[in-house]
Design a binder for this molecule. Structure first.
Ligand SMILES: Cc1cc2nc3c(=O)[nH]c(=O)nc-3n(C[C@H](O)[C@H](O)[C@H](O)COP(=O)(O)OP(=O)(O)OC[C@H]3O[C@@H](n4cnc5c(N)ncnc54)[C@H](O)[C@@H]3O)c2cc1C
Length: 375
């Protein structure tokens, strides 16, 4: 088969792009050095969340969350989709104020959200520390198991007969009309799409991507202990530190009854080993919010690397000077599961010349090329 589109990477972003292009009738070939849904997709938390740090982040995450809600009825039990909602927890009055501001911003943009006082918070999530001041509940945020959804997108979504997946296939060089594999084979296609997460750095070293290491821990089963994805309101501040190590409370109720506990962010390391002091710091932080946590059994901890761009937004569109003639769908940092489906729509619109569902400008890779050119 000679593909119309060659997609490098079978993580959630590559899989979403493949499914979208195939649904539009294109013949798609997907190459991955390992398996489907590995990389950051296997390491992540799968929280589908509307974030409002910037208008561009809001637009992409909100649109993509809606796409997830529309896709959900087709997914299988094993894809573990649940519309559990997000509960942003305010630890004190200052954070309650932040919750009110966030509520106003979300309401103004049509995102359903409810402010909770301390009593309502306790009724909603009895396991939270009694000292918590309140919170903000975002009803339609969800969770999903992204590795199996990646597989579903590539093998069961509409148009899969147009998708060919080649695993165990490392790409060593790319150009406008094709790629070179580790064994020297050359694979050509009309469009080449780089969607291999942090792996894009090896192929295109000038791309402005930086690894941001994260830790997660999963517990034994404690069904019903928490009901929402819980995040501290300080998360927004700590998650976006430009340098250094930070931790923030983030807990997810898995459909199995297990709790997934996060999160940490570390720059300047590519060591995948669990860093015990960072893990301890992360769990101590979480125990402030969930006092029962130290009595639970943690069964596994792991790390993963988010591909972070300088402005926290992904690069979706023509690679320009980074790789003339090539398309990019990379740099999704800690929101790549959430924003994968929207990424696929924006990329497909650009490739086919159709009108994009939301403005593409904030995500175009050329924004960084301009910065380089202007020093
Ligand atoms: C700890 C942690 C928690 C997170 N939590 C969330 C969350 O709650 N919500 C959310 O939305 N996002 C979250 N994320 C982010 C999300 O997981 C990522 O943004 C997303 O998975 C990126 O997907 P991807 O397809 O771009 O890349 P990846 O999943 O990394 O996939 C890239 C693929 O490319 C392949 N590849 C690489 N190089 C080559 C090559 N040269 N040749 C062939 N194949 C190659 C790899 O094998 C891999 O399969 C989290 C991430 C981490 C690390």
């Amino acid at each position: 088969m000679t593909a119309d589109a060659l997609i490098l990477g079978a993580g959630i972003v590559g899989a979403a792009c493949a499914a979208e292009l195939a649904a539009l009738g294109m013949r798609v070939e997907v190459l991955d050095a390992q398996g489907i849904g590995g990389g950051a997709t296997a390491a992540g938390m799968g929280h589908i969340v509307v974030m409002n740090d910037s208008p561009a982040e809001f637009a992409l995450s909100r649109y993509s969350r809606d796409l997830w809600l529309a896709l959900a009825p087709q997914l299988r039990t094993r894809d573990a989709f649940a519309r559990c909602g997000t509960l942003w927890v305010a630890a004190d009055d200052e954070e309650s104020q932040a919750a009110r501001a966030m509520h106003a911003a979300f309401e103004a943009q049509g995102v359903t959200a409810q402010l909770l006082d301390a009593a309502a918070l306790r009724a909603c999530e009895p396991a939270l520390a009694a000292s918590m001041a309140g919170g903000l509940r975002i009803e339609h945020d969800s969770i999903v198991y992204a590795p199996t959804v990646s597989e579903w997108l590539l093998t069961q979504s509409s148009g899969v007969e147009k998708i060919r997946v080649r695993l165990g296939t490392r790409v060593t060089a790319i150009s406008a009309r094709g790629v070179t594999l580790a064994d020297g084979e050359r694979v050509s296609a009309e469009h080449v799409i780089v969607a291999n997460g942090l792996g894009a750095q090896q192929l295109l070293p000038s791309l402005p991507l930086q690894p941001k290491k994260g830790h997660l821990l999963i517990t034994d089963r404690y069904p019903g202990l928490i009901r929402h994805q819980l995040l501290e309101l300080g998360y927004i501040k700590s998650a976006h530190h430009a340098a250094g190590t930070s931790v923030a409370f983030n807990a997810q109720p898995r459909p199995t009854g297990q709790l997934l506990i996060g999160s940490s962010r570390q720059f300047d390391t590519t060591d995948p080993a669990v860093d015990m002091p960072v893990l301890a710091q992360m769990l101590q932080r979480a125990a402030r919010y969930l006092p029962v946590l130290p009595t639970l059994n943690g069964i596994r901890a792991w790390t993963g690397f988010r591909a972070a761009s300088p402005d926290g937004l992904p690069l979706i569109g023509p690679a320009g000077d980074f790789a003339p003639g090539v398309w990019l769908a990379v740099g999704h940092e800690g929101l790549g599961v959430t924003t994968s489906l929207a990424t696929a729509k924006l990329l497909a619109a650009q490739i086919t010349g159709n009108t994009a569902p939301i403005p593409v400008e904030p995500y175009l890779p050329v924004r960084f090329a301009q910065q380089v050119a202007h020093g």
